[in-house]
Design a protein around this ligand. Structure first.
Ligand SMILES: Cc1cc2nc3c(=O)[nH]c(=O)nc-3n(C[C@H](O)[C@H](O)[C@H](O)COP(=O)(O)OP(=O)(O)OC[C@H]3O[C@@H](n4cnc5c(N)ncnc54)[C@H](O)[C@@H]3O)c2cc1C
Length: 475
């Protein structure tokens, strides 16, 4: 029997443009292994929404290729599979989570002990985090020069085709996906997500095509509008590697070329957003404590308040601030939240409620289908003002003005906060200021079917600025 190679699937749940799979396939028969490792990431084991997505994605992939599913620490499982199969090599895509470097080193030792080759490939990012350095050879801390360096590094490598896979003639035991319990039982909180998403490589390809056809041309001007569907919604697909950033990049470049210059501005804008993802991973790689500790150490002394009631109201979308509540409810219903609303909601939690950014980050980790250790940590730190190249702490979003600016007719709020559906535009973002007759006509009873604001924004703003002053001296 020809000795197989082992391809270890991670956040690269696709067949196309997959260097690790292509290299494994070039050597002969391939065993495709997915390991559900809840131990190695510690408290960052996959959250609920991610587990739902993973189940669907593995289900989709198993329709195309035979998967061996195992559970446990990845190095231990790979050692077992090497022994059971006699595989001569292991191939995998590099991952950048803080715990991944150590597990990759352990897998190398396991391979060495078994006399098997150990091969790691890029693909989750466009550029390896070590390859982009500033003039002094240091990692970047500021996005704009980082993105310029990425553009200067040239276009991503050409894409890889789906390799021809030959199955191994041996057999290995595999868990049943349904036994992993990744899906919710009762209550089935994932119903709305199922209606909204098609996880898997095919779903990713459809989403990219639709975005290029319908969203891209409006992207630069309307991407901040939560009531418009112009952003790509590719983030969960990118996170799970059902599509590679290089595939997105090349597809947008091809559309730009075909449009003969008409899409230049919007394409550049989109690619710059993809580079925010790269920047997040650049930061995470060089500062692996990013998910837990403020990048700016003076923020460790920030006087947060112990506010479990505020956190609960925020999580449930019952703060009394319509744009914040709409975002949190969109998140709960669909597993996603529009980027602009993420910024508003995060600012509200951190600055109006003085809840530590890490609590919001954890909630997103559990509820987002695109929950991503790099982008989530970097973005929460950005909003909190304690990250690299962050929004300054004193820039505190006013949830009413933000709502009026980016959801002027309140369509987004009406969709996700149906209690306010009949409020006139004038008061949709601040119903507490509406005259009693207006509230009555709209069927809104504050304190009954929609909450009073949990905090007064003006007061909260002053309080946040005073708290910031306390740590400023140590900056
Ligand atoms: C508090 C907060 C938490 C966030 N948590 C996550 C997270 O866990 N996972 C995640 O993928 N994104 C996160 N983001 C970034 C951003 O909100 C999402 O990437 C974006 O909303 C996804 O929608 P889209 O695919 O339609 O984006 P598009 O606008 O179509 O952008 C294309 C791609 O670029 C990347 N991208 C865009 N904006 C950013 C950004 N600011 N930072 C990093 N990458 C970006 C994403 O991969 C995205 O799919 C967070 C932002 C905030 C403010």
């Amino acid at each position: 029997m020809t000795s197989p190679s082992l391809y270890w699937l991670r956040n690269d749940l696709r067949l196309a443009d997959n260097a690790a799979l292509t290299a494994a396939a070039a050597q002969g028969p391939v065993i495709v292994l997915y390991v559900l490792d809840d131990e190695t990431p510690g408290s960052w084991r996959l959250g609920g929404a991610s587990r739902w997505w993973l189940h669907k994605s593995l289900e989709a992939l198993s329709a195309k290729v035979e998967l061996v599913l195992r559970r446990g620490p990845a190095d231990k499982v790979i050692a077992e599979v090497l022994t059971e199969s006699g595989a001569g090599s292991v191939h995998f895509t590099r991952d950048y989570a803080p715990w991944s470097g150590e597990i990759e080193r352990r897998i190398k030792s396991v391979c060495d002990a078994a006399g098997a080759g150990c091969h790691r490939y890029g693909g989750f990012l466009l550029h390896e985090p070590e390859s982009i350095r500033n003039g002094s050879g240091e990692p970047y801390r500021v996005y704009t020069p980082f993105s310029k360096a990425c553009f200067a590094a040239g276009e991503p490598r050409p894409l890889k085709k789906v390799p021809k896979l030959s199955a191994w003639s041996g057999t290995l035991k595999s868990d049943r996906l349904s036994d992993w319990g990744l899906q919710p039982t009762t209550p089935d909180w994932a119903k709305g997500m199922a209606a909204h998403w098609t996880p898997g490589e095919a779903g990713a390809a459809v989403r990219l095509t639709e975005f290029i056809a319908d969203g891209l041309e409006h992207y630069a001007d309307e991407r901040d509008r939560p009531d418009r569907d112009v952003t790509s919604r590719l983030s969960p697909y990118l996170h799970f590697g059902e599509i590679s950033p290089a595939q997105c990049w090349h597809a947008v470049r091809a559309a730009q070329t075909a449009a003969g210059g008409k899409l230049d501005r919007v394409a550049e804008k989109f690619l710059k957003e993809v580079l925010w993802r790269e920047f997040s991973y650049h930061l995470l790689h060089h500062w692996p404590t990013l998910p837990e500790k403020p990048f700016r150490p003076e923020f460790s002394a920030f006087p947060w308040s112990d506010n479990p009631k505020g956190l609960k109201a925020w999580q449930k979308g019952r703060t009394g601030y319509p744009i914040v509540d709409a975002g949190l409810r969109e998140l709960w219903a669909t597993g996603i939240m529009h980027n602009r609303v993420r910024m508003i909601a995060a600012s509200f939690l951190i600055k109006d409620l003085l809840v530590p950014w890490q609590d919001g980050e954890r909630w997103f980790w559990d509820t987002l289908v695109d929950a991503d250790i790099g982008s989530n940590a970097a973005s929460w730190q950005w909003v909190a003002g304690c990250g690299a190249d962050a929004a300054p702490y004193f820039r505190i979003f006013n949830p009413v003005l933000q709502g009026e600016k980016f959801d002027a007719q309140g369509a987004y709020v009406r969709k996700w906060v149906p209690e306010l559906a009949h409020m006139p535009d004038e008061f949709i973002h601040h119903p507490w200021e509406a005259p009693a007759l207006v509230l009555k006509a709209a069927g809104v009873e504050l304190g009954k079917n929609y909450p009073h604001p949990v905090v007064d924004h003006g007061m909260a703003r002053d309080r946040a600025l005073a708290a910031f002053k306390e740590i400023k001296g140590s900056a």
